[in-house]
Design a protein around this ligand. Structure first.
Ligand code: MRU
Length: 365
């Protein structure tokens, strides 16, 4: 995607040295566009933990490049396994991390130690390229849904509500939930996006609004609690969100607050779609509520807010009494029964085991 006319991916190998890994520091957006250079698997792990890189597919791709950096340091199997364990421990909910690390380790175990560095970069590059292609395909399938609604002749922009950031910053490119919106907009369909601010870290207000603004997509930031009201007043035509893990029965873990939006959409008979590449499907797990590990993050993310002061400086201020404890579950699980369906790279399908098997008979096996 483009920022001020320049094309970017969210992770790439520096062409100047052909080995160091570059990322956009997402903790600095939208106030500053800064690039970091990662040179060790520990730096990659730290970037994932601190959410300088974030979003399920991007975490997976970044970790894959982390394995390439690990292979440069020591390509012996025990060292690679230790690096994979360290990267896996960074964030528990997004299954793309486990998926990418398993894929890298399977590929590297088959190779002779002398070839592993080259193979690791090639495999990480393949993971990144496939993510871009899959998200583009999600975009095409999702844009068709938006076009269907626009054909119903509403004579006004199609209003789409999204939560958190499932745009190109959360993937290698295009995004999952935002890809259909970009493609519909590019095709000339009038769209308008309600952007949930997404407390506590405000990925919606900071990152989704930034992305949409840079692409010229009309949007409005709302507080997380406004969605139900807008739905009751028919100001939302459909919801599209991403996910960090979809279990094989179609339950979807996504940023905390997604479940409440799905409940409101269900109550108001508004389509609620979850856009995911196949790397986000956890075929080993059926019941999402019981089995998906939910990351619990620092209480300070709840008791403080970071923003730009009127003098231009970026500051963090408290929004709760300093002696009040806070809880910070970072994700919730929306049961499959509340979802209209899943938008995947192979098309749209029911959020159910039958729906997923129909789309991915090869992977389900
Ligand atoms: O904690 P984050 O910012 O990594 O959470 C991201 C989300 O919840 C996204 O919606 C999800 O990863 C899908 S990204 C295409």
């Amino acid at each position: 995607m483009k920022i001020d006319g320049n094309p970017y991916r969210s992770v790439w190998v520096d062409p100047a040295d052909a080995w160091s890994v570059r990322i956009i520091d997402q903790t600095r957006l939208p106030w500053a566009l800064e690039f970091l250079r990662l040179t060790t698997p520990r730096e990659v792990a730290q970037a994932i933990r601190s959410m300088q890189v974030r979003g399920a597919p991007l975490i997976g791709a970044a970790a894959a490049y982390g394995m390439a950096l690990a292979a440069r340091e020591d390509a012996a199997t025990p060292a690679l396994e230790a690096a994979a364990d360290m990267l896996l421990a960074t964030r528990p909910t997004a299954v793309n991390l486990r998926w990418a690390l398993h894929r890298m380790m399977n590929r590297l175990r088959m190779a002779r130690a002398a070839n592993r560095v080259e193979i690791a970069y090639r495999e990480a590059g393949a993971i990144a390229d496939e993510d871009v292609a899959q998200n583009a395909s999600i975009g095409r399938h999702g844009a068709a849904l938006i076009e269907d609604i626009s054909r119903q002749g509403t004579n006004r922009p199609i209003n789409i509500l999204t939560h958190c950031n499932a745009g190109w910053l959360a993937t290698v490119d295009w995004g999952t939930a935002l890809a259909p919106i970009y493609m519909a907009h590019d095709a000339g369909i009038a769209v308008h996006v309600w952007v949930d601010e997404t407390r506590p870290r405000n990925q919606g207000a900071l990152l989704t609004a930034y992305e949409l603004g840079k692409h010229g997509v009309p949007h409005t930031v709302i507080v997380d609690n406004a969605g139900g009201h807008l739905m009751q007043h028919r100001q939302v035509d459909l919801c599209i969100v991403g996910a960090d893990r979809v279990t094989r029965n179609g339950d979807a873990a996504n940023k905390i607050g997604t479940y409440l939006k799905a409940l409101a959409a269900y109550d108001n008979n508004i389509p609620f779609w979850v856009a995911v590449p196949s790397s986000t499907i956890d075929w080993t797990t059926a019941d999402g509520i019981a089995n998906i590990p939910i990351e619990e993050r620092a209480a300070t993310e709840v008791t403080t807010v970071t923003g730009r002061a009127m003098d231009g400086s970026v500051d963090t201020v408290r929004v709760a009494p300093s002696d009040s404890p806070a809880a910070n579950p970072a994700f919730d699980v929306t049961p499959a029964r509340l979802l209209t369906g899943l938008i995947t790279e192979r098309g749209c399908g029911a959020a159910s085991e039958a729906g997923l098997r129909g789309l991915f008979p090869d992977l389900a096996a």
